[in-house]
Write a protein that binds this ligand. Sequence first.
Ligand code: NAD
Length: 342
Amino acid sequence: MSTRIPATLIPGDGIGPEIVDATLAVLDALGAPFEWDTQIAGLEGVTQAGDPLPPATLDSIRRTRLALKGPLETPSGGGYRSSNVRLREEFQLYANLRPARTIVPGGRFDDIDLVVVRENLEGLYIGHEHYVQIDDDPHAVAMATGINTRAGCRRIVEFAFQHAIATGRRKVTIVHKANIMKALTGIFKETAEQVFEARYKGRIAMETVIVDACAMKLVLDPWQFDVVVTTNLFGDILSDLVAGLVGGLGLAPGANIGADAAIFEAVHGSAPDIAGQGKANPTALLLAAAMMLEHVQRHELALRLRQAIQDTLNVDQVRTGDLRGSASTAAYTRALVARLKG
Ligand code: NAD
């Protein structure tokens, strides 16, 4: 198929431009169909356009409804609000899909293949936070409000069950903290159980697990899990945990999916500690690109890309430093391109 698919490309901050360049070189060798419209956001947006999410970037995604995004820097504590969170809100990207699959065998855990589905728009991420002053301390008390809606819970749980069935999975684990946050996460557990009873019982297995127990079980016996679905903050934490099971953030891709748009990215951040040194691992972004190819129904290209990554890492043994290798980003990219062209 030769039809070009318009897509927005955001190189991002820190190691973003390095791993995006590597990804473009590999996608080019693969013959991927994307026609890129390059835009800025994050710190680069502030520096170049005085806005961490410039209107031109939003317009581009409104047009293409598809984006590949490098990591965007967010100041901690104060400063501007996360462009990542704003992008999710703007395009109502309610589902964050984070698969964890063993690519490099021989790590602490082998044969891992599970996926965390994180609710992306609600919970404690809505940013309703404030301080209360006591005497002369303006920050004497910090408060946050979390919001989970019945409709939002239903939407993400439906997504998880649909995804699980479409990809031949056997079980969906509902992760919550309804014993303590009885309203905020109780609504999630209750809705998930209702959705299961009404539409999925008999088609796939379901269990409910409290988040702290889930964290322990994921470390003791991760193979018992298949698809894990949970609220925003728990999903953020657990998906980093499962990334650790398969060799770290350098291998963890993510997709943010809504009804009208999808943005693909690496789970990791802008890694300012190694930015500009040519040693970042582009694999997470490459795996995100593979998810993007699947999203546009180019399954064969996604398969070839994944195979080339496996062969480069395991047969050629070309690896970046985070995987205890010595290859630079450029050398790893060259090896991948050689695999695809060979
Ligand atoms: P980080 O993920 O950037 O880095 C954590 C550690 O992992 C660092 O030691 C880093 O060097 C290493 N690392 C990450 N990606 C790597 C790669 N591809 N290859 C090799 N090593 C890699 O997390 P952080 O330092 O907490 O965050 C830095 C910035 O990124 C912050 O501003 C944060 O807000 C932002 N961030 C953005 C996103 C996103 O855009 N989706 C996600 C997480 C963090």
